[in-house]
Write a protein that binds this ligand. Sequence first.
Ligand SMILES: Nc1ncnc2c1ncn2[C@@H]1O[C@H](COP(=O)(O)OP(=O)(O)O)[C@@H](O)[C@H]1O
Ligand SMILES: [Mg+2]
Length: 280
Amino acid sequence: MTEAAELHRPQPGASSAPAPLLSVRNIEVVYDDVILVLRGLSLEVPQGAIVALLGANGAGKSTTLKAISGLLKTEDGEVTRGEIVFDGERIDGVDPDRIVRRGIFQVMEGRRIVSDMTSLENLRLGAFTRSDREVGRDIEMVYSYFPRLKERTGLAGYLSGGEQQMLAIGRALMARPKMILMDEPSMGLSPLLVKEVFSIIQKINRDLGVTILLVEQNARAALSVASHGYIMEQGKVVLDGTADELRDNEDVKEFYLGGAGDQRKSFKNLKSFKRRKRWL
Ligand SMILES: Nc1ncnc2c1ncn2[C@@H]1O[C@H](COP(=O)(O)OP(=O)(O)O)[C@@H](O)[C@H]1O
Ligand SMILES: [Mg+2]
């Protein structure tokens, strides 16, 4: 074997796929010591990917994100089984501010910006873990993604729903995270704004290399930007696959993409159509 070939030979025990940036392994989450919400949930997010976590209201999507970001602790929740590994290290049980320092930032459901502060002050809050001098430059970078935020100099509480969502994402970027956890960014937004927010999410992923775990009830929008998705029900993953596989799956179409639902709706239309036809 030549020296070069020797160098390229895989190391014993090394698998061909790189380790995922985030791996959640068989976790159980309990609130208030008694309420079991996650029952053996596992998922993986590769470095640089956008992965969608889908499911109906109450499935445990937000709980999963809070288990990863450590914010469960603030709600008397606890990971009681399994492990969460980020960038090669266990993070379950670690305090949320230390998890931010390790590179994970959660954009909470309902945006949760500070409404009696300006956009700029909110953005500075996102940089709370940083002491470097590039915070000012990063604020300009965030404004380049969200030019409207720069124009709005008043209190953040007066921003529109879409602008508040953008501010929440911009604030996450200020932490220079390796990974952003997004909880239902489309909630309460018009279809046009949903499109805009998702195209920005895609751009952030592509340009800045930020890995994204995206929780959504809007499966169609999420699968349009994600490469892979997980579907959860009652605290467990029931199905996962590439975004294309999920879009083509009949059950997913029926329950989450409004496929068969639309047919049922059109069935009603069909009846009235026939009735109308008879009278014509
Ligand atoms: N802080 C909490 N204390 C007790 N139960 C909770 C708490 N947060 C969520 N739950 C329960 O956990 C389940 C999953 O909630 P959640 O993770 O918010 O679901 P999703 O985000 O998918 O709608 C629900 O039954 C909810 O009532
Ligand atoms: Mg939720």
